[in-house]
Ligand binder design. Structure first.
Ligand SMILES: NC(=O)c1ccc[n+]([C@@H]2O[C@H](COP(=O)([O-])OP(=O)(O)OC[C@H]3O[C@@H](n4cnc5c(N)ncnc54)[C@H](OP(=O)(O)O)[C@@H]3O)[C@@H](O)[C@H]2O)c1
Length: 278
């Protein structure tokens, strides 16, 4: 396969390159391919990719809330540009979307076909990207993932360990739950998915839904900081509203024979890969 990966220097972009070693891959970082630049994106039609995995996005949820214009420019209109490229060169598109398209109020796990209702600009801008994909293309995969962390990335587990190194104790919310997803597991599943030809909407997350508090505890424990004091709290002020509990069913993914390991395995692998393990 000839695979174009947008956002090549991001957590998922890098994990994808590691999995795609046997394929022909072009994975430019933002400095070489800004997805908001339509002309630059469309010139890649000449490279004739078979598959485009669109991993570039403005992922800072609070940053999106504070600069909605930028969030929609990158996540919605940038995706439109990548969709137009896929149209132009007849490539399949895999668009990486988010659990934040849901409001987290369902009280039960979300099906892939449940109606979205984003609470924040990030979720709304990623959903706008889904609409461009769904309305303009026939051959696409929408892969919604959640709480992604990978080696070398800026992510929640890294923040927890860095803060724990600076402060005598930390507090974490028990009122926000989702699926922590390890970028290398996600990348492996995406590469399997784009080889199925079974186009549609997928939830691609590690097994198990947990809270920020439980995840932080697991990360600290895995890094050998079992005695570090972590206090459970129920609210934390921040610019963006985030969903309370987004548990995702993975019915369409399992139907094509793909499953990700439990999130705790991802934490163990991440801690080891980052050299935090004891
Ligand atoms: N991270 C999560 O928790 C999470 C959760 C659900 C879904 N997702 C989705 O998963 C995908 C991959 O996320 P990730 O975790 O790999 O995030 P990431 O590490 O922040 O990577 C995103 C990449 O996109 C690049 N980018 C930003 N604006 C761009 C632009 N205008 N043109 C080209 N590239 C641009 C960033 O470059 P710079 O670093 O130079 O800005 C970065 O390399 C995204 O679509 C995201 O929405 C992520």
């Amino acid at each position: 396969m000839r695979v174009l990966v947008t956002g090549g220097s991001g957590q998922v972009g890098r994990a994808l390159q590691a999995v795609l070693q046997e394929h022909e891959v072009l994975a430019p970082p933002r400095a070489e391919l800004d997805v908001t630049d339509r002309n630059a994106v469309l010139t890649l039609a000449a490279w004739r990719p078979d598959v485009i995995i669109h991993a570039a996005a403005m992922t800072n949820v609070d940053g999106c809330e504070q600069d909605a214009e930028a969030a929609y420019r990158v996540n919605a209109l940038g995706t439109q540009n990548v969709v137009l490229l896929a149209q132009r060169c007849g490539a399949e598109l895999c668009y990486i979307s988010t659990d934040y398209v849901f409001d987290g109020e369902k009280g039960a796990p979300y099906w892939e076909w449940d109606p979205p209702n984003p609470l924040n600009v990030y979720g709304a801008s990623k959903l706008a990207g889904e609409w461009f994909v769904q309305t303009l293309l026939d051959r696409f995969y929408i892969a919604r993932t959640a709480w992604v962390y990978g080696p070398g990335g800026r992510n929640f587990p890294r923040k927890v360990l860095e803060l724990a190194a600076q402060h005598p104790s930390l507090s974490m919310v028990t009122t926000e739950a989702g699926h922590p997803t390890y970028a290398p597991h996600l990348a492996r599943a995406l590469v399997q998915l784009v080889q199925t030809g079974a186009y549609g909407i997928y939830h691609v997350v590690n097994k198990g839904c947990t809270t920020r508090y439980e995840l932080a505890r697991a990360v600290l424990d895995a890094a050998g900081r079992r005695d570090y004091p972590l206090e459970p709290i129920t609210s934390y002020p921040r610019p963006a509203r985030v969903p309370r509990r987004v548990e995702l069913r993975t019915s369409t993914l399992r139907a094509v024979g793909i499953e990700l390991p439990h999130w705790s395995q991802g934490v163990a692998e991440w801690v080891k890969a980052e050299g935090w393990a004891t």
